[in-house]
Design a protein around this ligand. Structure first.
Ligand SMILES: CC(C)(COP(=O)(O)OP(=O)(O)OC[C@H]1O[C@@H](n2cnc3c(N)ncnc32)[C@H](O)[C@@H]1OP(=O)(O)O)[C@@H](O)C(=O)NCCC(=O)NCCS
Length: 164
């Protein structure tokens, strides 16, 4: 990633720019309270990429309690990637990869999550490739997951705490 691009936690002053990127880049759009709720509950996994004060990408996640996909099976904390986007003119520069990697690290280190999962449109090759590059695997297809009827892949990655 270019040195002029900085990753940092989301701050309330970023809300308008993040919502603009969300509306520009994705059909799944959310009201402001949805973003603010994730910021308040899971601030360590809501990150932005900034270029000279301008927000050019974001990732927003949450931590849930649920059944793990990997051994040891059981009920533990799981990260869930809710939304990620990078402005078109900033793509293919490693920003998406950096955002996902940093959010995954925070899930494990700050919140003790043991795995991360996400849903992605089966047609969204750039995102699927990004997630595979970070280490996600396709677990299953969720039929008709999206409002327009498109199927989703459920993708999962085991998280390892860097200090064991
Ligand atoms: C998906 C998205 C976040 C990727 O962001 P990005 O900053 O361009 O990603 P990176 O530059 O870090 O790319 C990392 C890897 O992803 C894959 N990738 C990214 N864009 C790709 C494309 N257009 N075609 C194929 N693979 C692609 C590649 O494997 C790439 O590694 P490489 O450059 O070494 O080949 C961006 O395309 C985007 O905002 N898309 C619209 C929103 C969206 O679909 N979000 C995901 C919803 S689940």
């Amino acid at each position: 990633m270019q040195p002029n691009i900085k990753l940092r936690p989301f701050e309330p002053k970023d809300l308008e720019q993040v919502m603009y990127i969300n509306r520009m880049c994705l059909p799944e759009n959310y009201p402001s309270y949805f973003f603010m709720d994730h910021f308040k509950r899971f601030p360590e996994t809501f990150l932005v990429a900034e270029d000279k004060g301008v927000i050019v990408g974001y990732i927003m996640c949450r931590i849930e309690t649920g059944l793990l996909s990997f051994k040891p099976l059981g009920i533990l904390k799981r990260g869930h990637t809710i939304s990620i986007a990078v402005l078109p003119e900033y793509r293919r520069r490693g920003i998406g990869y950096a955002l996902v990697s940093k959010a995954l690290e925070a899930m494990a280190v700050k919140y003790g999550a043991k795995e991360c999962y996400l849903e992605v449109r089966v047609s969204n090759t750039p995102a699927i490739n990004l997630y595979k590059k970070v280490g996600f695997e396709i677990k299953k297809i969720i039929k008709g997951y999206y409002a327009d009827g498109e199927d989703a892949y459920l993708m999962v990655k085991k998280l390892v705490h860097p200090l064991g």
